[in-house]
Ligand binder design. Structure first.
Ligand SMILES: Cc1cc2nc3c(=O)[nH]c(=O)nc-3n(C[C@H](O)[C@H](O)[C@H](O)COP(=O)(O)OP(=O)(O)OC[C@H]3O[C@@H](n4cnc5c(N)ncnc54)[C@H](O)[C@@H]3O)c2cc1C
Length: 498
């Protein structure tokens, strides 16, 4: 049996492809099946689907957005497989993408893409449509789905993963054996005070993999989305809105994005997010304005129905007035290291999607590449897991990796998620420096040392949040130079004006 953990695009794709490969499959997922970042994805999924676009162009755009830190071979796999995976999503799973007036697939333009190649559904409800179709396909395939079932730990035998300890919502744990486990548990945006991610993005899949000895990498590369509504609960205003012509203004009504990059509002995300943070610093922290008034009320409502509802629900009329936006934590580029077939450094353990680090994003992800990544590498991980045969003789009793011994009760203050969010936002956010990172590490280590063995899903999440937060901080400390989304502002590293 292959155990797939998580039911976003990566997990559902992995489950379906593993089943197509003939494997028995069980999906364990923490909440309802559609509780996933995938459901909230708006702008779309990037892929080469028209004859006037090329894989070479998508590949080059991806590498450029990543400051040339992405793995060129992994990116080529992403963009080449991407074309087939779109056909699979549409033809085998029934995903309905939007079409233009001529009946051709509608293709939008987003920041840092040199060609319109963003497929979308329901205007700006792309993730929800993909999730709907994949869930339908999973049900139709009769795959065993265990909702409200959280991964607590992986089970090891002779250094290989042989199953998982799962916990239900009443806190009852059960050990499940599996030939292979595919982790598709998504990211950890909830480690930050301000994030676009829904409540379940708490990183514990990555934390469990780390306890099982899996290698993680690039954890310092956290992407901050530039344009998140700064009125009430954080709500993402897709890049596609800027792709269609909306502009960013400071308090003086000036388009400041061109000060940072010749592509202005359509520069890579990290550049635009920092340009906004700089503009906010100059206006005492007040959010900047996203001016979409040029797009017209009708077009905004038709092309971006989800955003339109959210904006108007806050009493704002974005067809008439610019709306306040500010950056928020959005996406983890790093994660569990895998090869291009989803294999981690631990035999029997595979990973895909945002939880994994294949190297396709390097230090900065190109917009709309992550849904694609989930489908491409979810498929590849499923095929590899279906082929996987354990090579070692397994000991009778699988073991669960414990947490390393800690001194209990030495933290100066009590842990709560808000406090962690503030520490991460202030010291491991858009700008980092050595003093802030040291302070963050001290606080998080203190909180971690106080955590008892999880007895509820919330405890598992707390352990996940603190483990990945500490790893982000550790990784950021060891990279003194700025690159992509990791920006160091240490006085010694910032050139002083002559
Ligand atoms: C608001 C928003 C808009 C976005 N827009 C876009 C976009 O337009 N285009 C794009 O490409 N990307 C977009 N992204 C990013 C993209 O949605 C995600 O990177 C992608 O959906 C991740 O897919 P995934 O399958 O890896 O993880 P997810 O979709 O996050 O799924 C993770 C799954 O794992 C489960 N899980 C977590 N922990 C456990 C556990 N301990 N035990 C069991 N199950 C667990 C979760 O419940 C969930 O089902 C957006 C993200 C957000 C938040």
């Amino acid at each position: 049996m292959i155990l797939v953990v998580g039911s976003g695009i990566a997990g559902l794709t992995a489950a379906l492809v593993a089943r197509e490969s003939g494997a028995e499959v069980v999906i364990a997922t923490k909440g309802r099946i559609d509780d996933a970042n995938t459901t909230h994805a708006q702008g779309g999924i990037a892929a080469v689907v028209s004859p006037d676009d090329t894989h070479a162009s998508h590949w080059a755009d991806t590498l450029r957005a990543a400051d040339d830190t992405a793995d060129p071979d992994a990116v080529m796999t992403l963009v080449e497989d991407g074309t087939d995976v779109i056909a699979w999503l549409m033809l085998d799973c029934g995903v309905v993408f939007d079409r233009d007036a001529d009946g051709r697939l509608a293709q939008g333009l987003e920041a840092a893409h040199s060609h319109p190649r963003i497929l979308h559904a329901g205007g700006d409800a792309t993730g929800a449509e993909i999730e709907r179709a994949l869930i339908g396909a999973v049900r139709a395939a009769g795959i065993d789905v265990r909702e409200h079932t959280a991964l607590q730990d992986l089970l090891l035998s002779d250094g290989s993963v042989v199953g998982a300890r799962l916990m239900d919502s009443s806190g009852r744990s059960v050990d499940v054996g599996a030939e292979a486990v595919i982790l598709a548990t998504g990211g950890c945006g909830r480690a930050y005070a301000r994030t676009t991610n829904p409540a379940g993005a708490t990183g514990e899949g990555i934390a469990a993999a780390m306890r099982a000895g899996a290698r993680v990498a690039d954890m310092e590369f956290v992407q901050f989305h530039p344009t998140v509504l700064a009125d009430g609960e954080a709500f993402l205003v897709s890049e596609a809105v800027r792709g269609e012509g909306a502009v960013l203004l400071d308090d003086h009504g000036r388009r400041f994005a061109f000060d940072a990059h010749p592509d202005g509002e359509l520069a890579p995300r990290d550049v635009v997010a920092r340009a906004i943070a700089d503009a906010m610093a100059k206006q005492r922290g007040r959010p900047v304005l996203l001016d979409a008034t040029g797009l017209g009320a009708e077009h905004l409502a038709a092309r971006f129905p989800t955003i339109d509802r959210a904006v108007r629900g806050r009493g704002l009329d974005w067809a008439r007035d610019p709306i306040p936006v500010a950056p928020a934590a959005h996406y983890l580029m790093g994660g569990i290291v895998t090869d291009i077939d989803g294999a981690t450094s631990v035999p029997g353990l595979f990973a895909a999607g945002e939880a994994a680090c294949t190297g396709v994003h390097g230090a900065n992800r190109l917009a709309s590449n992550s849904l694609l990544e989930g489908a491409v590498f979810g498929s590849r991980a499923a095929r590899a897991a279906s082929r996987y045969r354990p090579t070692t003789v397994r000991s009778a009793a699988p073991i669960r990796p414990g947490r390393s011994a800690r001194i209990q009760g030495d933290s100066a203050d009590d842990f709560d998620r808000e406090a962690l969010g503030r520490v991460m936002w202030e010291h491991a956010g858009l700008e980092r420096d050595a003093a802030g990172l040291d302070l963050a590490a001290d606080r998080i280590e203190g909180w971690l040392s106080d955590l008892a063995e999880p007895s509820s899903v919330a405890d598992i999440e707390d352990l996940g949040l603190l483990t990945v937060a500490l790893e982000i901080v550790r990784a950021a400390r060891t990279r003194p130079q700025s690159v992509g989304a990791h920006h160091r502002s240490d006085p010694a590293l910032v050139p002083t004006a002559a």
